[in-house]
Design a protein around this ligand. Sequence first.
Ligand code: 5GP
Length: 348
Amino acid sequence: DTFCRQLPKLSSCQELHAHLNGSLSRFTMLELQRYLADNGMADKSNVFLDEFQIGAGDTRNLSDCFQVFNIAHALTSTKKTLSMATALTIKEFEDDGCCYIELRSTPRTTPHMTMSEYVETIVQTMRKETADMTIISCLIISINRSSTHEDANIIADVAIEYHTKYPDTVVGIELSGNPAVGKFQNFLPALDRARKAGLKVTLHCGEICNQQEVIEMLNFKPDRIGHGVCIHPLFGGNDATWELLCKSQIPVEICLTSNVNTKSTQDYNSHHFKELYNAKVPVVICTDDKGVFATSLSQEYRICAETFGIEQSKLARLSLSACNYIFAEDKRKILSDTMLNFINKYEL
Ligand code: 5GP
């Protein structure tokens, strides 16, 4: 019984794909709304909450889903509420049993902050306000693929500046946003510059069918990719994309519920996790947007175990192997020792 209660927690050791503004829980959104209302910056209506969540039967498609982030963005436009959102979200991951998180977020200019101040606010919250938590938190800076070339370069500059100042906290850069908009090639120079300055790189890859872009992305050799839906021939990829992924062994951040609820995947049973896992492509279980999709990291592990019949020892090993793919290289050993202790304690 103790084992069963601890396993989902200890095996959900690390979260490597979580967008801050998609991870806000109902509780966090209400807290932010209350703060803004109390300070004369918002009305007291909570109508936005139901619009924010995308459940299994939702009729919205992947492109429509990108609209919901505006709701969160309206709440995190001040330094105070951005900091509250960061601290509350990290605490929720810790309460779920997560001991390491790479939270990602897109720097925005708002009426209350510059892009630099946006990053500064998250970094200082991670370094000070969450310092007494047991969870280790780091930041991946996101570039939205619908942004301009100029904005992407400004974000790369900010990422490099903060990585240089706080290498333990700002660990990576990534490309996300609506995959139907923009071209990877336009962002390649900014991403490459950041990589040369020491940041790790992860790319949302193959969320929609675009074999040419998948090849370009894999040839760029990112440290990880997100989703990787349309890479296997069964899901809109082809032999070339699949062979390239298998050969490159680039770890894939898997977001089961997100893919099902945005209809990128038909259902859990037909999720490409199975093909990746069987082909021994490295995979990491993640949440993507736990607020939007009403999920948690331990729930994603549970769904994975139940859907694909993965027994406890294999689940624990899946989490152990993911320690090798975290961007904070100096934390890899601490994390894998935690997992190994757990595996030995329960003779898994
Ligand atoms: P933020 O970066 O503002 O903290 O988090 C929200 C942003 O993350 C969205 O505006 C979008 O650019 C990105 N995002 C969140 N979920 C997804 C997803 O499933 N796919 C892609 N491509 N981007 C996402």
